[in-house]
Write a protein that binds this ligand. Sequence first.
Ligand code: ADP
Ligand code: MG
Length: 700
Amino acid sequence: MLDTLFSPRSVAVIGASRDEAKVGHVTLRNIKRAGFAGAVYPVNPKSDEILGFKCYPDIASIPEQVDLVVFVVPPKVVLSLIDEASAKGAASAIIITAGFKETGPEGAKLERELKAKIDANGMRVLGPNCLGLIDTASKLNASFAPGMPAPGKIGFFSQSGALCTAILDWALAEKVGFSKFVSLGNKTDIDEVSMLSVLGDDDGTDVILGYIEGVKDGQKFMEVSREVSRKKPIVIVKSGGTEAGARAASSHTGTLAGSENAFNAAFHQSGIIRAKTIEELFDFALAFAYQPVPAGNRLAIVTNAGGPGIIAADAAERTNVRLAGFEKNTIDTLRANLPSTAAVYNPVDVIGDAAADRYKVALDAVAADPGVDGVLVLLTPQDMTEPVDTARLVASTSNGEKPILTSFMGGLKISEAVNFLREEKVPNFPYPERAVAAFDAMCSYSEQRKMPERKLERFDVDKETVERVLADALSEGRLSLGEQDARQVIQAYGFRVPGSLLARTVYDAKFAAEKMGYPVVMKIVSPDILHKSDIGGVKVGLADSEEVWQSFHDMTTRAKRLMPEAQVWGVSIQEMVAGGKEVILGMMRDPQFGPLLMFGLGGIYVEVLKDVTFRVGPVDRREAVEMIRGIKSYGLLRGARGEKPVDIDAIVDSVLRLSQLVTDFPQIVELDINPLSVFPKGREPVAVDARLTITGGDKS
Ligand code: ADP
Ligand code: MG
């Protein structure tokens, strides 16, 4: 896939120039310098020869077929030459030229025309508005980047060209090698999903790094990432730029959701490691590129100074990394061979005056311990410290079985050692916290890879009823559905709801309450009142007809006073659901990823507590369980202080039913079931309240 883009047999550079200051010159020079073995055809009507290559006046005069065309000419010229390039046999193009959609409506129009043209020709295109690409295997540097990285196992793609040059410069300084290096630009055709598949299939790539500001097709992105992340780690930095899709929300879920939560959920669910900063991207890249993935999260720390050891241990405490407990054997060895002042438990402190030999004893012992999954070596340069010798022995211990990371701290005294570590592919971090964070990233990848494949379940449901309720609402022009309609929708998908009778008059209300049996709940019924409690529209525990009488008058008068515009249909008399715990289940349709499901502790305080988790739907059982276990107050559901635990499986089923509902009905854009009352095993959850919003028009 995309072979002609990354390893073409021939390349034409349209807009090649003799002027050394021009991109058209730099690009051609990069192609030449990197040692590309295929044919190179500069195209420029004003020159006969550039940089030793014969130059052609136009694409048509090139004598042979061309695989790849690189455009460095103004936007309109690019547009006019696509057909010609295609006629020459070019299956791929790199459009370095800027001036398309990034410049405004005029440019956006040009880019749409460009897209139509390349689609019509079946051409694959990188850019426009990009730096180009580098492939170290085919020795192609079709970019105007300042330099060529060494060959290596890291594949990189970026939506920002500027970041590409920064990463490249870092790579050159750190001697980090790359397989493919791609600047995506405006992503008119080739985007992050294409790159994930290419790098996923590429045998020369062991680690995938990316920088994105948004994704074009969230569900596709997740599907491809899920597959690729089983083969190799994907580390991505994602920065803002996507809030444009946010809309005013009328549900709790909508208020709490947001694109950050969607991205975090999507990354987590598809096995992508999210680097929070560029620094983390670099750190994680080194760890994954140079060291094996650990089997588990148990870390051994070897240090010659107490403080950094404690800092590392604290850092581990804040993550999923655990300090390994050593076997007796290991401890005996350490005790027998280290001075009596040394600490032989984790972190192992070989003491400030340790030379390299003491590090060797400790390192060999802990690395051999079966309870250790990875080792972090810390070093601070005292007078008797031997940084280079220590680096040498760390490198010789690093044998590809268990990951070894180092944090040699300091500057001058350790610089030679750090260079040595770099050459030997031992990732060194200037501070222990960063080393621990990198190990943590490796652990979560290791964990993720062990997860079973996703398996979606389906319940037997009544789709027709939902179709009818939604269609009726739409035909009446109602896009916001209150409890009366929403309960029918969720009931059709297997949710239980409390018995409920609509009462238009106070007599109806009394009659209904008697029929229901006291105590009852009274709620205002109005298509215009979404948050009923806010205006005193919910009364629980009404014990007799007197209270029903009183409440009816209070509630309807208050509704008229506080929301004079609201159309009030009456009240509902509801069965009182007591003795449960209240949780919230919700969904908000994210503009990039689709249905973003939410779970949390519910009731009227949900927006205050914000103790909620998110996943992109549809979810499977394992993901649903994770959502529920993920809230901070999960302990409350498990039963605190002698309380009976609630039936977690029943909540899991509820999440799955909701997931199925919002997958089946893409026109539902927001939905809250709040609260869902849940109980100990033996009693089914009850959806005490629900509301949803639908869209009338086309969702895409
Ligand atoms: P809204 O969310 O529109 O304010 P709800 O129907 O969720 O209205 O009612 C508010 C609160 O009242 C709920 O969180 C729940 O604690 C309680 N409640 C509502 N209906 C019942 C019921 N049938 N049984 C028991 N408690 C209820
Ligand atoms: Mg509610």
